[in-house]
Design a binder for this molecule. Structure first.
Ligand SMILES: Nc1ncnc2c1ncn2[C@@H]1O[C@H](COP(=O)(O)OP(=O)(O)OP(=O)(O)O)[C@@H](O)[C@H]1O
Ligand SMILES: [Mg+2]
Length: 278
């Protein structure tokens, strides 16, 4: 296995950041070097990762680092100068230079976003993030985990190109699942190798049946059901990482299972592909 790049996608408010941040820390505790990337303009991954609030508040997103963007892409932030645009900017030192150290062997990169109208945005900040995911060379024990912006708009910008696994999060609702159905299609077009679904905020048997049924109907591979868990909300209002607030709460135990499954399945997936190529 040569590293793993994971993107977390789904409708707004389904638990993407909670799951991305907790998974990142759990991978880190297993000895992986984790780079957590906050690709959501409304950033809050830092707190979930356990970075203190006063530090989190002062993080300057990469997209606002004018000098870096200009240096690496040849184009200023918000500029289009396609003539001089560097399509494959140098990225291998970005995590080291700009990554913020979080607990459990995790580094955080906050991308921020330059909002551009229309799809297929070629603006430099996005080009840098795309390049980061596509060309970052990972070692066997490296994991990159991306907390994506809510919804499907980012697919038009191709930000998640180069990702190995996409985790689609859905609460027990038709809207959340229909977003994932479309995300699955778009992920395949982007060349993402695997798309798994995680149901979150499952309150009872009825919810569990519903998410299983929806996954089946929409041909989605459901790999974990995370229960509704008040302690996650309590952690959120107190700006504490859920893993520190209540490390043995039912949702955390479920995310631990998810972490184990992902590592197992990914090892297996890489293996069977290798056999197919031999
Ligand atoms: N299993 C759960 N049980 C109860 N509350 C949860 C659960 N998972 C997440 N939450 C709560 O739901 C809220 C939204 O979660 P989170 O911010 O992770 O979602 P998101 O998908 O990242 O949202 P956005 O689209 O705004 O980025 C938070 O208050 C979080 O604590
Ligand atoms: Mg979020």
């Amino acid at each position: 296995m040569k590293g793993l790049k994971i993107a977390i996608v789904g409708k707004g408010g389904v638990g993407k950041t909670t799951i991305a941040g907790t998974l990142a820390r759990l991978f880190g505790r297993d000895g992986y070097n984790v780079l957590a990337v906050d690709a959501d303009p409304n950033t809050n991954l830092a707190i979930t990762l356990g970075i203190p609030e006063d530090i989190a508040e002062r993080i300057k997103p990469i997209a606002e680092n004018m000098d870096l963007i200009k240096e690496r892409t040849g184009t200023p932030v918000g500029g289009w100068g396609l003539g001089a645009f560097v399509l494959n900017p140098k990225v291998d030192d970005i995590a080291d230079k700009f990554g913020i150290t979080a607990p459990d062997n995790v580094k955080l990169l906050v991308m921020g976003t330059v909002k551009a109208s229309g799809s297929g945005c070629m603006c430099p900040a996005n080009a840098l993030l795309r390049a980061l995911l596509q060309y970052l060379i990972l070692g066997r024990k490296d994991i990159v985990i991306l907390d994506m912006e809510a919804g499907l708009e980012h697919f038009g910008r191709g930000t998640a190109k180069g990702v190995d696994v996409m985790l689609g999060i859905a609460t027990p609702s038709a809207k959340a699942f229909l977003t994932l159905k479309r995300a699955h299609e778009l992920a395949l077009e982007l060349g993402v190798k695997k798309f798994y679904v995680v149901a979150n905020m499952v309150r009872n048997e009825e919810d569990a049946e519903y998410v299983k049924q929806m996954s089946k109907e929409l041909n989605l591979e459901l790999i974990e059901l995370i229960p509704f868990d008040r302690s996650l909300m309590e952690a959120d209002v107190r700006s504490i990482s859920p893993l520190d607030y209540n490390p043995n709460s039912p949702a955390i135990l479920s995310i631990k299972r998810l972490k184990g499954k992902m590592l197992n399945m990914w090892g297996y997936y890489v293996d069977i592909n290798r056999k197919a190529h031999d």
